[in-house]
Ligand binder design. Structure first.
Ligand SMILES: Nc1ncnc2c1ncn2[C@@H]1O[C@H](COP(=O)(O)OP(=O)(O)O)[C@@H](O)[C@H]1O
Ligand SMILES: [Mg+2]
Length: 287
């Protein structure tokens, strides 16, 4: 049993169901490759919103545009929080993070030589008010802030059930645990919107189940909106409120899991894929 958290993890000021993110006709090209060919979608506060599609469909690119790593040539990405709506397209990643968008990466990006606790603390620092200079002038305030963040980090560690490894260096952990720490670091940012790029990839079924449970907890208990890229169709169909399907940079499906499952264009796109046959089978034929 995890203890109830003192802090809420949700950094959104919106009410559940409010429109939180609007992706409008986003176009992204790399030389001759069109990664996103005019993609539009709308995410509402409190949703688990999944993005699926074959390899190379543009899923990661869409997250990268949203978190400021890629800049689309056309289109808008409007994000609402703190009573304002901002186009993220010309914003640097650190400002987007400060506005409340946190993410995990398809390939883990953690400080491998640092401990679990320090990695999670690193997420908290997005919201540090004191910097080095003011920290010297107002040492007490900086101290108090640090203590509060540490407490918050410890609560996240409890939530993710990683107390036993909190002092271990991240590089020494199994892949599944590293993924969990990465989620912890994103949560430490107190996200309004959490972007997860294949958080369950490469995991065994027990690790997947754990991760799915944490994602659901964060969404249900804390109300954090989640945009999830995931290949495991069982998980996607189980936990998503809405599913968008990308194929060659185009959106070919958008709806509830049930609607998307029966969309002929989606089924066709998936049947043409042989890399992910196992997932496809459950996707196309399970009820
Ligand atoms: N930084 C990049 N430079 C060049 N091409 C890229 C880059 N990022 C993505 N692409 C290309 O964009 C397309 C979509 O890739 P990606 O968004 O990673 O797909 P997915 O995550 O759905 O597998 C692919 O053809 C990929 O090769
Ligand atoms: Mg990807």
């Amino acid at each position: 049993m995890t203890r109830a958290m003192e802090h809420n993890l949700n950094g959104s000021t919106l009410a559940p169901g409010d429109v939180q993110l609007i992706v409008q006709e986003v176009m992204l090209r790399f030389g001759g490759v069109t990664a996103l060919a005019g993609v539009s979608l709308e995410v509402r506060q409190g949703q688990i919103f999944s993005i699926i599609g074959p390899n190379g469909a543009g899923k990661t690119s869409l997250l990268n545009c949203t978190s400021g790593l890629y800049r689309p040539q056309q289109g808008e990405i409007l994000f609402s929080n703190h009573h304002q709506t901002t186009d993220l397209v010309h914003m640097p990643p650190y400002r987007i993070a400060k506005m409340g968008i946190a993410r995990s990466f398809q390939n883990i990006e953690l400080f491998k030589h640092m401990t679990v606790l320090d990695n999670i603390m690193a997420g908290c620092h997005v919201h540090m008010k004191t910097n080095i200079l003011s920290g010297m002038l107002y040492w007490g305030a900086a101290q108090r802030e640090e203590i509060a963040f540490r407490q918050f980090a410890e609560e996240i560690i409890d939530l993710l059930e990683i107390e036993a490894i909190r002092k271990q260096t991240v590089g020494s952990l199994s892949y599944g645990l590293q993924k969990r720490v990465e989620l912890g670091r994103a949560l430490a940012m107190k996200p309004a919107l959490l972007l997860l790029d294949e958080p369950m990839a490469g995991m065994n079924s027990e690790e997947k189940e754990d991760m799915a449970r944490f994602v659901l907890d964060v969404n249900e208990e804390h109300g954090v909106t989640i945009v999830l890229i995931e290949h495991d169709m069982g998980v996607v169909m189980d936990i998503s409120d809405q599913v968008v399907v990308l194929d060659f940079g185009r959106k070919i499906g958008d709806g509830t899991p049930e609607e998307v499952r029966h969309n002929p264009e989606v089924v066709r796109a998936y049947l043409g894929e042989d890399l992910e046959q196992t997932e496809l089978k459950s996707f196309s034929f399970s009820s």
